[in-house]
Design a protein around this ligand. Structure first.
Ligand code: PHE
Ligand code: FE
Length: 285
């Protein structure tokens, strides 16, 4: 994820592109243990919930192995599969820096890991969210191309002043997307698969709406950063997602500049309805 850069210069010790060394040998045994605890929890939960490309990517990268993965080790496998690489960054990076990395098939990942006392609480994405959540999908050739295209699209959206719209596409696909498969709806987004509670909520809870993915509709839908989502979008296939983004967004942005946002719980006549949510969770808060 990226943050608006109040400062455009990297912190001390970081390179001009904001990357740092992962420093894999300086993780403590306790830090590796946090990874293993989180890994075991999610690995037990995700078969039958996460989509096949995610589960296959997890296997291909052998992410359990020695605790927190050594980026240089997984990069050998990633290079062979899709040419993506994971690079370490100190934390959130400015949008333009983030997009520039994606456009060059580099995924910026935090190096730090959360505390054992705060397994389910994250103030910013850590190495478990970034690597366990995001990197397996980058072993899928179609998703790999989607993320690179997104990086290019991000740089363009910045120029056109429509990043608020494009960010919703990332949010509702890369972070919180669901995927339609012959076996049923499965988890796609990194924000879901890296969270124990949301891995269950996103598929099983009666509260949220679940709607068919539509590019322009998604870009008009605000999202929550403080709780589980009130709406999830179901992508028909990774190829359909990539195809939808191959068009020129400039005319879409022009329309969006005049259109109003939709209420987060809206169900529109054109929406493909998977689940009409009760919104009980949002109401109870
Ligand atoms: N096609 C988009 C544009 O013209 C770029 C893009 C690709 C955006 C993939 C998101 C995902 O801006
Ligand atoms: Fe993320």
């Amino acid at each position: 994820m990226s943050a608006d850069g109040f400062s455009n210069t990297p912190p001390a010790g970081a390179r001009p592109d904001w990357t740092i060394d992962q420093g894999w040998t300086s993780y403590s045994e306790a830090e590796h243990q946090v990874w293993i605890t989180l890994y075991e929890r999610q690995a037990a939960l995700l078969p039958g919930r996460a989509c096949r490309p995610f589960l296959d990517g997890l296997d291909a990268l052998d992410l359990r192995r020695s605790g927190i993965p050594d980026f240089s080790r997984i990069n050998v496998e990633m290079d062979r599969l899709t040419g993506w690489r994971v690079v370490a960054v100190p934390g959130l990076v400015p949008d333009a820096v983030f997009f520039e990395h994606l456009a060059n098939r580099r995924f910026p990942a935090g190096r730090f890991i959360r505390e054992l006392e705060e397994l389910d609480y994250l103030r910013e994405p850590d190495v478990f969210h970034d690597v366990f959540g995001h990197v397996p999908m980058l072993t899928d050739p179609v998703f790999a191309d989607y993320m690179q295209a997104y990086g290019r699209g991000g740089l363009r959206a910045l120029e056109l002043g429509r990043l608020s719209n494009l960010a919703r596409l990332y949010w509702y696909t890369v972070e919180f997307g669901l995927l339609e498969t012959p076996d049923g709806v499965r988890l796609l987004g990194a924000g879901i698969v890296s969270s124990r509670a949301e891995s269950i909520f996103a598929l099983d809870d009666p509260s949220p709406n679940r709607l068919g993915f539509d590019l322009e509709r998604v870009m008009r839908t605000p999202y929550r950063i403080d709780d589980f989502q009130q709406v999830y979008f179901v992508v028909p296939s990774l190829q359909a997602l990539l195809d939808a983004t191959l068009q020129d967004f400039a005319p879409i942005y022009a329309r969006l500049a005049k259109a109003s946002d939709l209420p987060i719980t809206a169900i529109e006549p054109q929406d493909r309805l998977f689940t009409r949510g009760t919104q009980a969770r949002a109401a109870s808060q």
